[in-house]
Design a protein around this ligand. Sequence first.
Ligand code: NAP
Ligand code: G4F
Length: 340
Amino acid sequence: MKKKIAIIFGVTGQDGYYLTKLLIKKNYIIHGIKRRSSSVPTKRIDKFLNQKNFHVHYGDLTDTASIHNLIKIIKPDEIYNLAAQSHVGVSFYTPLYTANVNAIGVLAILDAIRNSEKDIRFYQAGTSEMFGKTKDKLQNEKTKFNPQSPYGTAKLFAHHITQNYRDAYNIFACNGILFNHESPLRGENFVTKKIISTLTKIKYGFEKKLTLGNLYSKRDWGHAEDYVDAIHKILQQRKPDDYVIATGKQYSIKQFVNLTASSLNLKLRWIGKGLNEKALSSSKKIIIDVNKKYFRPLEVDHLKGSYSKAKKILRWKPKKNVKELIDQMIAEEKKQLNIL
Ligand code: NAP
Ligand code: G4F
């Protein structure tokens, strides 16, 4: 059988790694797109670089010409767009750049697909951040969007333009609406990785204190490896459609800290309120505090997704729970620190 050809924009990121791993297993020819950077950006995918069906090219979502050329030359069957300025907090500091990559970059890919002679299936990495400030306790594909950041707003443009190109030009274009998903390969400045990395270092004497922002927002955290499986399934259906991918479970940041501390066997005693809230160790040292600088101008207070459509149509459900996720992330931190 002829091998499928896939382009992955955002191949050097967390999901790029897990999707590459999955597509290699499925015998795809994969073309990953990396952007130019002053340091080597392929750390996560280095182990795939010697595989004969894995190729890496330079490209950038802010450079329309590069997108058109890559699609014209590679002639893929499927395009997975995972590329984004993916940090919500940072999007308040770089709103124009975030919009250029996360919104206009997506339109550039779709327009290149429209002008291609080949039928190409397209996946857009949408996000629960598009729900933003929502009254619905459990969000699904019908929940009203109300984004609270330049990141969420740009992603919402991408969501609508993907639907628009699907309907107007009959393109097999799909949106995933993925809730937070983590792994040992999560970027260092997302809250789960920051908590796990710093608390592990505190436990083994490499660090003294963890400083966080809002402890009371709630998130639905899944595992990236489970979520890329859903992403692939979305593009293998008979009809293009949009799907929420989530676990249906929700924890506050403080609960995530407590779960991590408990897995590390680190005793915490919480004292104080608001910006004065702190956690003390068993030797009464302050090991966690709160700083205003990690708060955002607007916050998304709670997110919890219903994956019932994905379960019914994609036959997908999450495999790993939050405790297993935390334990796997801690094990990787310990490995990095040479702790057996
Ligand atoms: P990530 O680790 O931050 O990876 C983002 C990828 O995009 C990286 O490969 C990055 O390259 C690339 N990129 C950034 N700007 C680019 C540009 N201008 N041109 C080309 N590539 C660019 O994010 P992730 O966690 O894997 O998430 C993958 C996608 O899913 C993102 O679109 C994110 O917004 C979305 N999403 C993520 C979650 C989640 O919880 N993880 C949930 C919902 C949606 P560098 O390596 O060079 O930085
Ligand atoms: O880990 P976070 O930065 O993730 P956030 O903002 O939920 O965004 C992630 O998930 C989205 C899906 O819903 C993706 F679309 C997006 O690309 C990204 O992957 O923050 C989670 C929560 C926020 O409420 C934040 O205010 O943790 C809170 N928080 C508290 N202290 C902190 C910190 N966040 C970060 N990054 N760093 C802190 O010190």
